[in-house]
Design a protein around this ligand. Structure first.
Ligand code: CTP
Length: 422
């Protein structure tokens, strides 16, 4: 039988998206934790909420349950959850414990090792990293007792985000405002990055469609949602990589904690890729338009009695091919994608050789597969070892598997500057 601790470690390694145990303390900032839940879910994390008694004065268990899609844990002696998982297990199956807002009282309990309610018991029982987002009145924050507790918590290896300085709900001004949701999300991302196998690696990811202008108001586009590229950037970030995410105008939001470069056209994407080099790995997930309108009009085209407009096309640069075939400074690992509608393996194998990349992630984008714009992907990884068919998986799961394969290939990071990457 695995111990609780071993089970916890295993689930950390296996989780496709991150599992976050969110302890909501009792303070007016508890409202912002609702926004934090939403943003974490947008990023593909799953959130298990715990409410302290005081927190229930500010947010209702029902609203937290509805938003998180998870049961809300409130009682230390809840027989149902004891029978199903136990509070020790609850504290250990997470990848990260976040306390937001972390009140002066919760931090005091934690610093002293109290375990007299569910939140403090979980915090004492956990072997998972803990991130606190303190929120309290300025004078409470500045009080020597709170500062002493912060010192103790720091020495215990607990991490903090915020508090910020600003106006408080109580009318005072100074440090004590809880960090904004986006700051908390970035701190959570950084927490995962510091644990990954791709630390010290710079990885470029292209993603999304490109828009090729016809005139100032019209463009030619494709159906790429950018979901797979964004999931990949997130998974690489979670493995500790420094990610440059070059995205066309995509539907999905880029992940937090990566460098985002927004472009419109293939020409702009090519320039952004060149500017991002050198990198250790280049991942080319964008659905780049093969052609652009040769001379886009700088004025809106008007209907005319003289007939229909005739668009002439020019070929766009093949970004993947030009990076794959660089003679100097080529990234040690170059990965392309192949969107095919027929003869997937044959076409993608030929594409890999034609473009000169190391791996091709091929998929069937025929409308019947529902892959383009959908939540799942079924890929075939093509390398010099041949074609490897993966099962149909959630795009986040495809991304984390691919990130793990990339880490297998490029890790461990060199110990000294100047040591070759591979
Ligand atoms: N790609 C690129 N620049 C282009 C076209 C494609 O970097 N101008 C990259 C894509 O990001 C992807 C790979 O090349 O990684 C293959 O894209 P795909 O559209 O499947 O291939 P095409 O080059 O368009 O080839 P074909 O027309 O034969 O399908």
């Amino acid at each position: 039988m695995p111990t609780d601790a071993a089970a916890g470690v295993r689930s950390r390694q296996d989780a496709g998206g991150k599992q976050i145990l969110l302890i909501i303390g009792g303070g007016i900032a508890a409202y912002n934790s609702l926004e934090l839940i939403r943003r974490l879910q947008d990023q593909g994390a799953s959130v298990t909420p715990v409410l302290t008694r005081a927190a229930e004065e500010f947010v209702t268990p029902l609203s937290v349950a509805a938003l998180s899609g998870s049961a809300v844990h409130r009682d230390l002696f809840d027989l149902t959850s004891e029978a199903e998982m136990g509070h020790i297990q609850l504290s250990r199956s997470a990848d990260l414990v976040v306390v937001a807002p972390a009140t002066a009282d919760l931090m005091a309990k934690m610093a002293q090792g109290h375990a007299n309610d569910l939140a403090s018991t979980l915090l004492l029982a956990t072997d998972t990293p803990v991130l606190l987002a303190p929120a309290m009145n300025v004078r409470m924050w500045q009080h020597p007792a709170t500062q002493r507790n912060i010192y103790l918590l720091h020495s215990d290896g607990v991490n903090f985000v915020g508090p910020n300085e600003g106006g408080m709900a109580c009318g005072e001004f100074g440090p004590g405002r809880m960090a904004e949701p986006e700051e908390m999300v970035a701190a959570i991302a950084a927490q995962f990055s510091s644990q990954g196998r791709l630390q010290g690696r710079r990885i470029l990811v292209t993603s999304g469609p490109t828009h090729e202008p016809i005139d100032p108001v019209r463009y030619i586009a494709n159906r790429s949602s950018g979901a797979q590229g964004a999931a990949l950037a997130r998974a690489l970030r979670d493995q500790g990589a420094e990610v440059v995410f070059i995205t066309g105008p995509a539907e999905v939001r880029p992940p937090e904690g990566v460098e985002v470069v927004r472009v419109q056209s293939a020409l702009e994407m090519e320039a952004a890729v060149q500017a991002a080099l050198p990198v250790d790995v280049g991942v080319f997930a964008a659905a780049v338009a093969d052609w652009r309108v040769a001379s886009a009009s700088d004025r809106k085209l008007k209907k005319s009695k003289d007939g229909l407009p005739v668009l002439e096309f020019a070929e766009n640069p093949d970004i993947l091919r030009s990076v794959s075939q660089m003679t100097k400074g080529r990234p040690p690992l170059v990965i392309g994608f192949a969107a095919e509608t027929n003869d997937v393996v044959e076409n993608a194998t030929a594409k890999r050789l034609r473009k000169g990349c190391d791996w091709i992630v091929a998929n069937d984008v025929s409308p019947s597969t529902g892959i383009m714009g959908g939540a799942e992907n079924a890929v075939i990884l093509i390398s010099d070892q041949g074609a490897e068919e993966w099962p149909r998986l959630d795009k986040a799961e495809v991304a984390s598997r691919l990130a793990a394969r990339i880490a297998d290939r490029v890790a461990p990071a060199p110990l000294a500057e100047g040591v070759p990457s591979l």
